[in-house]
Design a protein around this ligand. Structure first.
Ligand code: HEM
Length: 286
């Protein structure tokens, strides 16, 4: 990327978007994850359906859930004015993810750039690769391992759930009346919140919902993780449970590991031989 103004342009757009809608930081961070887990970080997640492929926006983990597409598109238009066809949509996603964490009070890191955008997308790969909130620990570990990411990457990156929201439909099994902590005040409040609609939103981090900190892990220790896939980490044998405890005790340890792991995630590349481009609009191939 040789567009010296790019990082400043992106940061001020993200800042504006988060000022208008504080949840946007979380939504933008999540987009980078859902991009990288499907054939590498190539902005495939941003493509609309075409006559030749069904895009990823309607995949199970994404439909009625992913947000922030307009923010990314507005950043793209401004960058196309400043430096035509220089900054890929995939690099924009990586940079907005970092800026979102910083604006939420979390750590910063150097974003590696030079990614190319895909010329296709895969709903099927999105359905297969992105872990479900009902996954057990072995499945979570496996989905990360399939891409060359470690158990530690999985536990550290799950800490992203220190910001943002989830729909009741994503944690029905937490409020089904069974499982750990059943009947706790926390679960009762969720039951009440979700009694109306499955689309109602709850904070992923009940204590500090908009701050990027290590509170996510502290919540797990008191059985106040929101998603089943969050709370299940504490039941993980070996490294998993002990990492949760370590991050709950030491925010700097979490910040350090999170930044290492998100850089590793950001290196996930498309399959060898696939030709990419720098899109002019993130929604369509050139
Ligand atoms: C470990 C496996 C993971 C699972 C099973 C998972 C699952 C989910 C689910 C079900 C939601 C709520 C969606 C909804 O109800 O609409 C969510 C939200 C979110 N996820 Fe994850 N996630 C995982 C890992 C990650 C990672 C690695 C990141 C980023 C590094 C991330 C960032 C987020 C953020 C920030 C939100 C809130 C988004 C918003 O408020 O718009 N998640 N996740």
């Amino acid at each position: 990327m040789t567009c010296p103004q790019a990082e400043d342009i992106i940061f001020s757009r993200v800042e504006q978007a988060v000022a208008a809608d504080p949840r946007m930081a979380a939504s933008l961070l999540r987009l980078h994850f859902h991009d990288c887990f499907v054939n590498g970080c190539d902005a495939s997640v941003l493509l609309d359906d075409t006559a030749t492929f069904v895009g990823e926006k309607t995949a199970g983990p994404n439909l009625n859930s992913l947000r922030g597409f307009d923010v990314v598109e507005s950043i793209k238009s401004e960058l196309e004015e400043a430096c035509p066809q220089t900054v890929s949509c995939a690099d924009i996603l990586a940079i907005v993810a970092r800026d979102s964490v910083v604006l939420s009070g979390g750590p910063t890191w150097q974003v590696e750039v030079g990614r190319k955008d895909s010329r296709s997308a895969s709903r099927q790969a999105a359905n297969n690769n992105i872990p479900a909130p009902t996954s057990d620990v072995a499945t979570l570990i496996q989905k990360f391992q399939n891409l060359g990411l470690s158990t530690k990457d999985m536990v550290a990156l799950s800490g992203a759930h220190t910001i943002g929201k989830a729909r009741c439909s994503s944690f029905t099994s937490r409020i089904g009346g069974s499982g750990d902590g059943g009947g706790s005040e926390f679960l009762q409040s969720l039951q009440q919140l979700c009694s109306g609609s499955n689309a109602t939103l709850a904070h992923l981090d009940i204590a500090t919902p908009a701050t990027f900190d290590n509170q996510y892990y502290i919540n797990l220790l008191s059985s106040e993780g929101l998603l089943p896939s969050d709370q299940v980490l504490l039941t993980g044998s070996g490294d998993v449970g002990s990492l949760v405890e370590a991050y709950a005790m030491d925010e700097m340890l979490f910040f350090g590991d999170f930044t290492v792991s998100i850089v590793r995630m950001g290196r996930l590349a498309p399959p060898a031989g696939v030709v990419g481009e720098v899109r002019r609009s993130c929604r369509v191939v050139n």
